[in-house]
Design a protein around this ligand. Structure first.
Ligand code: HDE
Length: 720
């Protein structure tokens, strides 16, 4: 009875408190129709007699089914698969010298944000671990309106001109005749297009690198990609590139691992983000800017307006200006993550565009796509899209209008409404576009300054360490190995020679082909029908800078195990000291530990105490963990030795170059696996190999913090 009363109260309270926030909780509430009518029976439809037909007059059934029939909205054309979180951006130092943007003025100023990460090619239900670019969209809810920084985890893009975007996306999406493959670029149409688009070669280096298979959304960088403008209160402008740098460092998984994760847990990234936030391990990124004075616009070997180029950090350092922390999961995936609408054209005063032709095209596309996806020009009224400041204008009506505009004036100028709403002067925060001088002919063409397609591809390649370069080469071998047409492969090998002869040869070798002696001259195929192709041939520029440290993930942060997932393999009889010491050292470092045993339930440790098992070998798999520990305990190891899944677990973790620790009898188990290689000779195993035996837990912690020992791939033929 008490429960029922409180249910009634909760139902009425919910209305008052939550309507403002637009959130509704069903806690303790009574069920109603969409009109607020209390429902008495949600189990049975209205029938003509117990065994009779359903009556058309059952408005409750019809309302429920109708709503259900219309539950889906079109998914995003690109970036359909995404995961998001709420958070806050805090400014470290004032940017007033460069921009008048309100949220970048006062150190310590906090601005709420909503961030959505995504893959590009796959559908909404596709795997998180596809080899793909990741979207990195940030909506800042500022006091001057919403500002969206809609970027990617790679600083450049495949194409230079918006005109080619539909072609690029058609090429990478599943092939139209059979809708295969899902969320994968390893197929003919993608590589056919790329082989005809030399401008994509720099991006291809990034997309074939491990950046395309992040360990976690929390461990990837973000980039605004295009060059933007800052404008200060005096109206002076500088160019700016935006960077997000994750405090956990930039880390990736191995390709073999990525493919297995896709089968074992297609929601791996989504789950990782959600759980980290639920566990209080809030993901953090610092915001950095590269600032280029206007007078330096033409001082680089490349064009600042060309989105296939980055500004090497050696030429313009990244200045760190603030930190973003994601601290709250969405309450409802559809209402927030699915309905959020980003747009590079959502600006605040003090930030503006450049003439980057890719960015210019985007400025049209995003509002247009919201119209078909969210179905109405009122998408800004959906709670997740609402600015935190009032919206006052003469835009009216349309599907599902929420705002009730009062008064009779809906036009400007007016006298019926006293002239309201008024235009805001610049000093009142009114947006003014940067007064850029334009003096040009109308022309469909590309600037010659966009014609070097290979020097930064080479810079990226040369900046990779041995393991990274091997992975990139393997990725090209895999992708082109899945291509059926020899002509496409040949054209790609020809293009690769333009970047690096050795890379082309290494890829060709695995394909059982040779690098074409006189490869087809790469041409920019996006030329007008009556253009002279010679004028469109890419040019070769030898970059002065040979290597850039920031381009290699090997130089990233490697000093923390915070939020890493560690598997402990154990069975009855596990040594309680070994288990407890290592477990507490790992947890102290912020890692999450799971006990994996032959069966769920509890195991007994050497002190006969119960230890809860988190997963059995049936549901757990090494690819879902960052490291493995096998504690001592004779009985435990005798049992695990009989478990092929335990052996496989260790082999696979070893193959994927993860930290592996064992002590006492646990070491004997390692010797029955591929890890045995590390024990050859009389030498003690050096913990820098990532195999940590009979050593203090801190050595294991250090090995995990390094993320992976890629050097171990020299033995990469581990059967797992
Ligand atoms: Fe997008 N892009 N894009 N894009 N993009 C979309 O907008 C488009 C480009 C990016 O989490 C769409 O709301 C064109 C570059 C992200 O909701 C669409 C061009 C970069 C997201 C669209 C580009 C991006 C999108 C699809 C070439 C990195 C996900 C759904 C001119 C700087 C946003 C939507 C989210 C989404 C168009 C190129 C990033 C169709 C025409 C370059 C992160 O409007």
């Amino acid at each position: 009875m008490a429960k029922k009363n409180s249910a009634k109260n909760a139902a009425s309270n919910a209305k008052i408190e939550d309507l403002a926030k637009n959130t509704v909780s069903n806690d303790g509430a009574l069920m109603t129709t969409d009109q607020g009518l209390k429902i008495n029976d949600d189990q049975n439809s209205l029938k003509s007699g117990e065994r009779g037909s359903t009556l058309l007059e059952d408005f409750i059934l019809r309302e429920k089914i109708t709503h259900f029939d219309h539950e889906r909205i079109p998914e995003r054309i690109v970036h359909a698969r995404g995961s998001a979180a709420h958070g806050v951006f805090e400014l470290y130092e004032s940017m007033a010298e460069y921009t008048k943007a309100g949220f970048l003025q006062t150190p310590g100023k906090q601005t709420p944000v909503f961030v959505r990460f995504s893959t590009v090619a796959g559908s909404r239900g596709s795997t998180d671990l596809a080899r793909d670019v990741r979207g990195f969209s940030v909506k800042f809810y500022t006091e001057e309106g919403n500002y969206d920084l809609v970027g990617n985890n790679m600083p450049v893009f495949f194409i230079q001109d918006a005109m080619k975007f539909p072609d690029l996306i058609h090429a990478v999406k599943p092939e139209p005749h059979n809708e295969i493959p899902q969320a994968a670029s390893a197929h003919d149409t993608f590589w056919d297009f790329i082989s005809l688009m030399p401008e994509s070669m720099h991006m291809i280096m990034w997309a074939m690198s491990d950046r395309a298979i992040p360990r976690s959304l929390r461990m990837m960088e973000g980039f605004g990609v295009h060059t933007f403008r800052f404008i200060n209160a005096a109206g002076k402008s500088v160019f700016v590139k935006f960077h997000w740098k994750p405090l956990l460092g930039v880390h990736s998984v191995a390709w073999d691992e990525a493919q297995k994760i896709s089968g074992k847990d297609a929601d791996f990234h989504r789950r990782d983000l959600y759980e980290a936030i639920e566990n209080g391990a809030f993901p953090e990124w610092e915001l950095g800017v590269q600032i280029v004075p206007e007078k330096d616009e033409h001082k680089f070997e490349f064009d600042l307006l060309d989105p296939t180029k980055l500004i090497p950090e050696e030429l313009v350092p990244v200045k760190i200006i603030g930190k973003m922390t994601l601290n709250r999961n969405p309450d409802n995936f559809f209402a927030e993550t699915e309905q959020v609408a980003f747009h590079p054209g959502h600006l605040v005063p003090g930030i503006d565009f450049t003439n980057d032709p890719l960015l210019q095209g985007r400025l049209f596309s995003y509002t247009d796509t919201q119209l078909s996806r969210l179905g109405s020009p009122n998408f800004h009224e959906i709670p997740i899209n609402r600015p935190i400041v009032p919206v006052q204008n003469n835009q009216r009506d349309g599907h599902m209008r929420q705002q009730i505009d009062t008064g009779k004036s809906s036009y400007s100028p007016n006298t019926t409404g006293g002239g309201c709403p008024f235009q805001a002067k610049a000093v009142e925060g009114g947006f003014t576009s940067y007064n850029e001088r334009i003096d040009a002919k109308k022309i469909r063409a590309r600037s010659q300054s966009f014609f070097d397609h290979f020097s930064q591809a080479r810079l990226f390649l040369n900046s990779q360490n041995t393991a990274e370069r091997n992975h990139l080469t393997d990725a090209l071998r895999f992708e082109l190995g899945k291509v059926v047409s020899d002509d496409i492969r040949k054209r790609m090998l020809g293009l690769l020679t333009q970047v690096d002869q050795k890379l082309a040869e290494d890829v060709a070798d695995e394909l059982g082909m040779s690098v074409p002696k006189n490869p087809e001259k790469p041409m920019n195929h996006s030329i007008p029908a009556d253009g002279n192709p010679r004028n469109f041939q890419p040019i070769q520029v030898e970059s002065k800078l040979k290597k850039s440290e920031a381009l290699s993930m090997a130089n990233t942060v490697k000093n923390t195990i915070k939020s890493r997932q560690i598997a402990i393999l154990a069975a009855n009889g596990v040594d309680s000291n070994a288990l407890n010491n290592t477990k507490s050292a790992l947890e102290k470092g912020g890692a999450t530990v799971q006990i994996i045993a032959p069966k769920l339930g509890f195991i007994k440790n050497s002190d006969k105490q119960d230890v809860k098992v988190n997963q059995s070998f049936l549901t757990a798999c090494s690819v879902l963990f960052d490291a493995v520990y096998v504690p001592a305990g004779k009985n435990s190891i005798d049992t695990l030795t009989q478990q092929p899944d335990a052996i496989h677990f260790i082999n696979e973790a070893y193959r994927h170059c993860k930290a592996i620790a064992a002590d006492g009898e646990g070491v004997d188990l390692l010797k029955r696996t591929a890890v045995a290689k590390e024990f050859s000779g009389d030498k003690k195993v050096d913990p820098s190999t990532g195999v940590v035996v009979d050593r203090p837990a801190k050595d294991f912690v250090q090995a995990i913090a390094k993320h992976r020992v890629w050097e171990r791939e020299a033995f990469r033929k581990v059967p797992a």
